[in-house]
Write a protein that binds this ligand. Structure first.
Ligand SMILES: [Zn+2]
Length: 249
């Protein structure tokens, strides 16, 4: 079983030049073909950016390079875009699912609450990061809602793949935000997505994390400390994390 760890969207803070982050996407070989966990920005975000992406280009520092698009990185690894049969979304903010149209035949797996918020009618500032055109190609969608298991102490929802994978509902950063735990050859990998931070390199204070990412970080951090055998990642990892990734597992 191979997982490729990809940075599919570099986005650096403007006012702490030490906060240089990439968006971690996981490309997992499963029994049902390749599954991509979150997509980063897609090709159309570069060729025809939305006002929201343009706004982020003002308030943050982005190299804004289409080379970072998952579809381009996957081809560099020797795969074809059609090899990506499934896309698992932690949530549907623009930086996590802008690449959906680059994999139009892939089935999309997402929590029902997140999908409902994304499809919600009427403009609401807290939903401004949901860009409707990312689903305009009408992909097949699998929705998840019912808690059907436990993963350690966390409520979990099983996903239909081998290796074993579970959604861990961690609502707060967005309506139906979930982390994802994957059983790798070397143990569990817990991708907490936007419910937490890069634990090793983080410089953001707790109050800012709570404000931006919701209430779960203290629990997740305590879990990481008491379970050193579990590898924990967040979506926005620091550039030093990506620099240290030498080989795929
Ligand atoms: Zn987000």
């Amino acid at each position: 079983m191979i997982i490729h760890f990809l940075n599919c969207f570099t986005d650096n803070a403007r006012f702490s030049s030490r906060m240089k982050t990439g968006l971690l996407c996981l490309l997992i070989e499963t029994d049902k073909g390749l599954a991509l966990v979150d997509t980063g920005l897609g090709l159309r975000d570069y060729s025809n950016p939305t006002w929201f992406t343009q706004f982020f280009r003002i308030i943050t520092v982005m190299p804004f390079s289409p080379e970072e698009a998952a579809v381009n990185q996957i081809q560099k690894l020797g795969y074809q875009p059609e090899d990506v049969k499934h896309i698992i979304l932690t949530h549907m903010h623009f930086d996590h699912c802008g690449g959906l149209p680059d994999f139009p035949h892939a089935k999309v797996h997402v929590h029902k609450r997140e999908y409902d918020a994304f499809m919600g009618q009427g403009f609401d500032w807290k939903n401004a990061a949901y860009i409707r055109r990312n689903l305009a190609h009408r992909p097949e969608i699998a929705l998840y809602e019912t808690i059907d298991s436990k993963w350690f102490d966390f409520d979990a929802i099983r996903l239909p793949f081998a290796p074993e994978m579970v959604f861990i509902p961690l609502f707060g950063h967005s309506a139906g935000h979930c982390g994802l735990a994957v059983k790798t050859d070397s143990g569990w990998h817990f991708h907490v997505a936007d419910a937490g931070v890069d634990i090793e390199h983080n410089i953001a204070p707790d109050f800012a994390i709570r404000l931006a990412l919701g209430p779960h970080w203290p629990r997740l951090r305590a879990f990481a400390q008491s379970h050193p055998e579990v590898t924990l990642t967040a979506s926005h990892m620091y550039d030093s994390y990506f620099a240290a990734l030498k080989v795929d597992r």
